[in-house]
Design a protein around this ligand. Structure first.
Ligand code: GLU
Length: 438
């Protein structure tokens, strides 16, 4: 019997969720649901220096807004709890020690100053097969010296010991065969001086512990894959390793490089799912939600960034995406982000969804803009009448607000060129009709 599909989204709580992050969630989710599997969210918070207050809540609020409900997570619980790596701290050390015992990792005692000195001495310094013999570690010290340092509580890290010229190969579900030569790869830290694992050790140990079968993540993680595969091979066996799928990058609108938050600021569109205020700097970033996007449109647009259905159809509900999703149709190359196309999706979805779904959003928008009505029946009629003209929710102020608040100013300049005798006669008759009937 084949194993139940289990995928994970494993964010580090370091800030708001970028388009690329939500697309990673989406592809994980679609693949899991398509295959009757489980979608797990694991919080990778072992780097305490990068921890940002509020980021974890933000992630769960975003998933909720998008309708991508996890089956297991720190919030939803599950059989493999805890799902926050900082709470699993005690489980990692033994694996790092196991690698030391097998001669595949070593203790390194170099202080920050010593590392700095080496960086100054050696251009492009990397702690690796070519430099480790110059450093203060259990490979250069005697067994006795090493034990003494550890017993005297000298801070140390455990580093993986990669050989040079080792060939590491794996099959990526999107890219096919990927090949690495370890010569360029450094001896990554696996366990830090405070006893916390680094991401590299924790991701492997937890994917194993949580029986993950497929791991979808951004292409930026591809350079880390050789270390992860090395760890899998020597700790748990390659047969147990999840199948990897590295998703293509989301590119700037002109295709020149990865889409960044700065591009959004520069070109005036959101790149985050929801508003995010960085608590350290108070810097605010707008989200698609607050810009007036519907979650259906946001998800639909993201799905098409890097995947296609193979047909002319472009509008898909989440349920349809689950049905149609296939890995064969995920592109290898980066996907250009196009804000105009994102707005097109939203316009189509505003037209498509029921008034019931829009009412709450329009009521909130109206309240923020001092447009008041307590007649739900009229409001529903107005929404139904005007929704085809709205590209984003916020357009309802302009397209529907005048039904409730008389305009304070009249844009004569816009009307004048279109004004003629026929229009005058029409409006005179309309005013007459109104006066006679109301
Ligand atoms: N914690 C990593 C991140 O922040 C996860 C990468 C992975 O999925 O392996 O994106």
């Amino acid at each position: 019997m084949s194993k139940k599909v289990r995928v994970r989204f494993a964010p580090s709580p370091t800030g708001g969720l970028h388009l690329g992050g939500v697309r990673t969630v989406l592809f994980n989710y679609l693949f899991a649901k398509k295959n009757g599997g489980d979608f797990i969210v694991r919080i990778e918070d072992t780097d305490q220096t990068r921890f940002v207050e509020g980021a974890e809540d933000y992630i769960f609020n975003t998933l909720e807004w998008c309708g991508l409900q996890p089956d297991e997570s720190p919030k939803h619980g599950g059989p493999f709890a805890p799902y926050r790596q900082s709470e699993r701290k005690a489980s990692y050390r033994k694996y790092a020690e196991e690698l030391v015992a097998k001669g595949l990792a070593y203790y390194a005692f170099d202080t920050a100053e010593e590392l700095d000195t080496k960086r100054k001495e050696i251009a492009n310094f990397q702690y690796s097969h070519s430099t480790r013999s110059l450093m203060k570690n259990s490979l250069t010290l005697s067994a006795h010296e090493t034990t003494d340092l550890i017993n005297n509580n000298t801070p140390y890290v455990i580093r993986v010991k990669l050989q040079s010229h080792e060939q590491i190969e794996f099959t990526d579900l999107i890219r096919g065969t990927v090949h690495f030569d370890t010569t360029q790869v450094d001896d990554k830290v696996l366990l830090k001086a405070d006893g916390m694992p680094t991401y590299h050790l924790a991701v492997v140990v937890d994917d194993y512990a949580m029986q993950i079968t497929h791991a979808f993540r951004g292409e930026e993680w591809l350079p880390s894959a050789p270390v992860h595969i090395f760890l899998w091979k020597h700790l748990f066996g390659l047969d147990n390793m999840p199948q990897w799928a590295h998703l293509p990058l989301i590119l700037k609108p002109d295709g020149n490089g990865k889409l960044s938050k700065r591009d959004g600021d520069r070109l005036g569109f959101p790149v985050f799912a929801m508003d995010w205020t960085d608590p350290r700097t108070n810097e605010q970033t707008t989200g698609f939600k607050e810009r007036g996007f519907l979650p259906e449109a946001f998800i639909n647009m993201l799905a098409m960034l890097g995947w296609n259905s193979g047909s002319e159809q472009e509008l898909f509900s989440l349920e349809e995406l689950v049905n149609f999703f296939s890995l064969e149709r995920v592109h290898k190359g980066g996907a250009k982000f196009d804000y105009e196309k994102a707005k097109w999706f939203n316009h189509e979805w505003i037209k498509k969804v029921d008034v019931d779904e829009l009412r709450k959003m329009v009521e909130k928008l109206f309240a923020e803009n001092n447009i008041t009505t307590d007649d739900v029946e009229i409001l529903d009629k107005v929404i139904a009448l005007t929704k085809d003209r709205c590209t984003i929710i916020n357009d309802f102020v302009q397209q529907a607000g005048y039904f409730f608040n008389a305009p304070e100013t009249i844009d004569i300049a816009a009307i004048q060129p279109k004004w003629d005798e026929k229009k005058k006669a029409f409006f005179d008759a309309l005013i007459q009709l109104w006066n006679d009937n109301f």
